[in-house]
Write a protein that binds this ligand. Structure first.
Ligand SMILES: [Fe+2]
Length: 366
């Protein structure tokens, strides 16, 4: 079969139109029903019981709640374990019930309620439930992006415990050391030999555990923030291996919003897509003028790419896990952001100097 390219003449073709994804709420009741359905019957051939939550606007063959973000609910019943597998995805999960044992590469982690853990690329992964109640988790990976660009890879590896990053034996020169870059001109342009292409310096991405017992002890710094502060009352669960990307994984940051009372955030927008899991409290989000009231247990695509949005927390406060493909966009230079929706600048964060908050003037922190 011969494949023929389409030739699109810009003089006759319509301009590209980015498709805006609609905000979408998955209620606590829908999530509970999905878990109950997963807990019935047998696991799949990989020992998993997982339900993908797919946005109706996801392209054919792509299973994402946001364009780059695959979200699933998973459960293991007592005594169950998954088949060892490795994939070129990166991701993070939060435990919603019970306890699990997570083996990723050479690390074994025991996780409990509201703990968050990360999964690096190409590390062997086994999830087990050694407890007496259902182990439920909420999982985010960049599989949706990889499916969209036909780049998802998985295999069954050899053994659990293999390290994802290799390094040259001590004292051994790498071929790239014999192949220096060639400087071209004063603007910084260079020529790189092939040896560099196939041996980039690895950055080891170890699985991380953000135990709720630890995280929750450090939230006092944001719990006292109130309306008037122009930032957001949150901490990023930072993975230092992501460096300047400020990520929890190379694709996503996960933040914990923690507020002890009313808080109204400003209306803004960004090309990154944000998904909020509200695990305590109440509030509402206004997305492109549409109001969504939420409470504990509700999951929401709360900020589709470039949708104007604002979140308001009411009453006794809230706790929110936000997963956003911010690092992915930072790495590609595509993270356009408008902090002030009315007349603020549009900046490419990570490429241009970014925004500041009024933290210095905010005098009501407690
Ligand atoms: Fe936002």
């Amino acid at each position: 079969m011969t494949t023929t390219a389409h030739l699109l003449d810009s003089r006759h073709e319509p301009r590209y139109q980015r498709e805006a994804w609609a905000p979408l709420m998955i209620s606590a009741a829908e999530i509970e029903a999905a878990f109950r359905a997963l807990e019935a019957g047998d696991p799949d051939d990989r020992g998993r019981r997982e339900m993908l939550i797919v946005h109706p606007q996801a392209p054919r063959g792509v299973r994402g709640l946001a364009p780059a973000t695959q979200v699933s609910l998973g459960v293991l019943l007592p005594g169950e374990s998954t088949v060892p597998i490795r994939a070129n995805t990166t991701g993070l999960s939060m435990c919603l019930n019970g306890n699990g044992t997570i083996e990723i590469g050479t690390r074994t982690m025991t996780v409990g309620f509201q703990d968050v853990w990360t999964k690096p690329s190409m590390s062997m992964e086994v999830l087990s439930n050694n407890g007496t109640t259902a182990f439920r988790y909420l999982r985010y990976t960049n599989a949706a992006l990889l499916e969209a660009i036909s780049s998802y890879y998985e295999d069954f590896g050899s053994t659990v415990g293999s390290e994802p990053a290799r390094s040259a034996p001590d004292g051994k020169r790498r071929a790239k050391d014999l192949a220096p870059a060639v400087e071209l001109s004063d603007d910084g342009s260079q020529l790189l030999p092939y040896e560099h292409i196939i041996d980039p310096d690895p950055v080891t991405d170890r699985p991380l555990l953000f135990a709720w017992d630890d995280v929750s002890q450090h939230l006092s710094g944001v719990l006292g923030l109130r309306t008037g502060y122009t930032g957001r009352p949150l901490y990023c669960l930072y993975n230092p291996s992501t460096g300047r990307l400020n990520g929890t994984t190379p694709s996503f940051f996960a933040t914990i919003t923690a507020i002890g009372g009313d808080f109204a955030g400003g209306t803004h927008r960004h090309m990154s897509s944000a998904i909020n899991y509200h695990f305590a409290g109440n509030g509402y989000s206004v997305v492109e003028g549409q109001r969504f009231d939420w409470s504990a247990g509700d999951l929401m695509l709360s900020a589709p790419g470039w949708a104007a949005h604002a979140h308001t927390i009411t009453g006794a406060g809230a706790r929110i896990l936000t997963v956003q493909d911010h690092p992915l966009h930072t790495s590609t230079g595509s993270l356009v952001w408008q902090e002030d929706i009315d007349n603020g600048e549009v900046l490419a964060l990570g490429t241009q100097s970014g925004f500041e908050t009024n933290l210095a003037e905010y005098a009501d922190r407690s």
